[in-house]
Ligand binder design. Structure first.
Ligand code: ATP
Length: 289
C-alpha cells in the first residue's frame, strides 16, 4: 500500500520575536501562509520494522536527523506500531532556505502515516505531536494561513491573503536558524505590526498586506550575507509591491498582482540567483491534500 502526500513550503508575511523565554525558546508572533511550491512524499509499508528515508537530494539527511523520519518514529513509539515504512522524498523546496521544507515534510509524513497506519488522529492531535519535532511543524500540519504564537505551535487560522504572485529567490547560501536567533537582539529591532497584518487579511486588502510585511530576523541575516540585501534591492527595482526575507532566510520573496510584472521580476532575477520560483499562495487549509 502506498500513499502520496504534498508538503508545501511556507512564507512568513510577518515575523516578530517578543523575547527569549526561560526554556531557551523565543516567544514569537508569525503570520504564515502556504505557497504552491511543494515536496512530494511517497509512503509505503515495509515488511521489516524500519523507517527508511529515500531522497536524491544530497542536502537531505537519510537517517534520524530527517524530520520526516522523526515524525514516523514518534508515531511508532506513541502508538506501538510494529509496521515499517519507506518514505521517499522528492525535494522541490530549497533546503535551509527559510521556507520550512523539513518541517513541512514532517507534517506531511504525520498526515500520510495517520492514513497509512489507520490511526484516526485529528489535525489538532497531529499538530500537537508535530510541535515535539519542531516549532513550524504544527502550522505545516494545517497549512493555509495562520497566526502562530508561543514558540510557533499555537495556531489561529486566518483568511487567505488576496490573490497575488509570490516570486522567491534563494541565493547560493544556507542559513542556520539557530545562529540567526542567537545573534538577534530583540531590544534593538523594529517590530512588525502583526495586528495590522491580521486586519489586512480580514479585509482582503492587498495594499495593506504589502505595507505591513516585516521580519525582525531580516537585519541579522542581511548583516551576515550582504547578497540577501542585493536580491531585495533587485526585486524592488524590478517592481515588486512588497519584498521580504522569509523566516531566517536567505530566501527573499516579492509580491505582485500583475502577470507581466511577475515575468519581469522572475526573468530579471534568474541570472542572479541559484533558485528562482514564481508561484501562487495556497491560502486555505482545504487546498492541502
Ligand atoms: P525553517 O524555515 O523551519 O527554519 P528551513 O527552510 O530554514 O526551515 P529546512 O529546509 O527545513 O530549513 O532544513 C534545515 C536543515 O534540516 C537542513 O540543513 C537539513 O539538514 C535538516 N533536515 C531534516 N529533515 C529535512 C528534510 N526532510 N528536508 C530538508 N532538510 C531536512
Amino acid at each position: 500500500m502506498k500513499i502520496l502526500v504534498k508538503a508545501p513550503a511556507k512564507i512568513n508575511l510577518a515575523l516578530d520575536v517578543l523575547h527569549k523565554r526561560n526554556d531557551g525558546y523565543h516567544e514569537v508572533e508569525m503570520i504564515m501562509t502556504t505557497i504552491d511550491l511543494a515536496d512530494r512524499l511517497e509512503l509505503s509499508l515495509l515488511e521489516q520494522n524500519q523507517i527508511h528515508i529515500i531522497s536524491q537530494n544530497r542536502y537531505v539527511p537519510d537517517d534520524q536527523r530527517n524530520l520526516a523520519y522523526q515524525a514516523a518514529q514518534i508515531l511508532k513509539d506513541r502508538f506501538g506500531i510494529k509496521q515499517g515504512v519507506a518514505i521517499s522524498i522528492e525535494k522541490t523546496i530549497p533546503v535551509a532556505a527559510g521556507l520550512a521544507g523539513g518541517s513541512s515534510d514532517a507534517a506531511a509524513a504525520l498526515r500520510g502515516l495517520n492514513k497509512l497506519w489507520n490511526l484516526g488522529l485529528s489535525l489538532d492531535e497531529l499538530a500537537e505531536i508535530g510541535s515535539e519535532i519542531g516549532s513550524d511543524v504544527s502550522f505545516c500540519v494545517y497549512g493555509g494561513t495562520a497566526l502562530a504564537k508561543g514558540r510557533g505551535e499555537q495556531i489561529k487560522e486566518l483568511p487567505a491573503p488576496p490573490t497575488c504572485w509570490v516570486i522567491l529567490a534563494k541565493p547560493f547560501i544556507g542559513v542556520s536558524t539557530a545562529d540567526v536567533y542567537r545573534r538577534l537582539d530583540v531590544n534593538a529591532v523594529t517590530h512588525p505590526n502583526i495586528g495590522a497584518m491580521v486586519d489586512a487579511l480580514h479585509h482582503s486588502d492587498y495594499q495593506a498586506v504589502c505595507r505591513n510585511v516585516g521580519n525582525v530576523l531580516e537585519d541579522v541575516t542581511l548583516n551576515l550575507h550582504p547578497e540577501v540585501a542585493q536580491i531585495k534591492d533587485q526585486m524592488k527595482r524590478f517592481g515588486a509591491d512588497a519584498v521580504l526575507m522569509s523566516g531566517s532566510g536567505p530566501t527573499v520573496f516579492g509580491l505582485v498582482q500583475h502577470d507581466s510584472r511577475m515575468h519581469r521580476i522572475y526573468n530579471g532575477l534568474r541570472g542572479f540567483c541559484d533558485q528562482v520560483f514564481a508561484v501562487r499562495m495556497l491560502g486555505d487549509r482545504n487546498k492541502l491534500d
